[in-house]
Write a protein that binds this ligand. Structure first.
Ligand code: NAP
Length: 267
């Protein structure tokens, strides 16, 4: 097998903000060619990423694409082919997390969350498969969550189900794509300080912080570092796996198991 090129062709779906922006930045700063998507990709966001490019002739492109649209996977694959000329790494990060207690949950709430969080990812992998098969070391990295696969949280049953569903998809996709040398893995963040949590309020954030043994929320870059590892040569023999990046949030048996954090230890 050919060894992977040091310069990789990377697509980051949901790469404009939060965790996805940290993932985009990480690949751009490493000199890779990157196409990022979001429902909108404002010029100011694209210019910020372009300013981080480290290589002459490096491609950094944006594509406004609603992952929930039925043709989004085909449009993604077409854009990747046209703008990057191939694909080595497909990061599927776009996700939504509207709060909806079960008593109010509707069919359309479930449809919306599953369309963005799961179905678009499955269809994106299928549509991009011909491109990934052309890579010497194809990689798919999904952004899942601890919510669903490991934990639950009232108000997020549809979200939790979607995040667990991603991992079911991942395991079978890893088996189907292994013959082509393509790995399929996931990161499972705990609570991450992103714009997506802005509306949750101080009380929610304080409650969350109290449940995290390392005493703080994750920085988006800490999730991006795990994505970068799974996308790279050092993870060449890892497939169908999940890296949990949660500061120990899924470990305590009870609140008493979370010890006070000293100020010097806080990152
Ligand atoms: P965020 O700040 O809200 O950013 C979400 C990203 O996805 C943005 O780039 C957004 O761009 C894009 N996006 C959302 N809906 C989209 C759609 N329909 N089509 C295309 N792009 C879409 O979210 P985040 O906190 O970084 O979360 C990112 C991922 O991590 C999600 O899958 C989430 O479930 C997961 N996660 C987050 C946390 C956390 O604590 N933050 C914890 C565990 C897992 P546009 O708005 O322009 O569309």
């Amino acid at each position: 097998m050919n060894s992977p090129s040091p310069t990789r062709k990377v697509a980051v779906v949901g790469g404009t903000r939060g965790i996805g922006a940290a993932v985009t930045s990480t690949f751009v700063r490493a000199g890779h060619d990157v196409l990022l998507t979001g429902r909108s990709v404002p010029d100011v966001v694209l210019e910020k990423f372009r300013a981080e490019a480290t290589r002459e002739g490096q491609t950094v492109e944006g594509l406004a694409l609603d992952s929930a649209a039925p043709d989004s996977a085909e449009r993604l694959a077409e854009a990747v082919s046209a703008l990057l000329g191939g694909l080595d790494v497909l990061c599927l990060n776009a996700g939504i997390f509207p709060n909806r207690p079960l008593a109010q949950l509707t069919y359309s709430d479930i449809r919306e969350v599953f369309a963005v969080n799961v179905e678009s990812q499955m269809l994106a992998v299928a549509a991009c498969l011909p491109l990934l098969r052309g890579s010497a070391a194809g990689r798919v990295v999904l952004t899942s969550s601890i919510t669903g696969p490991v934990t639950g949280f009232p108000g997020w049953s549809h979200y939790a189900a979607s995040k667990a569903a991603q991992l079911g998809f991942m395991r079978t996709a890893a088996l189907e794509l292994a013959p082509y040398g393509i790995t399929v893995n996931a990161v499972a963040p705990g609570n991450v300080a992103t714009e997506g949590l802005d509306g949750m309020g101080e009380e929610y954030l304080a409650q969350m912080t109290a449940t995290i043994p390392l005493g703080r929320l994750a920085r988006p870059q800490e999730i991006a570092d795990a994505v970068e590892f799974l996308s790279g040569e050092r993870a060449s023999f890892v497939t169908g796996q999940v890296i949990t990046v949660d500061g120990g949030q899924t470990l305590p048996e009870s609140p008493e198991a979370v010890l006070p954090v000293t100020t010097t230890a806080r990152g």
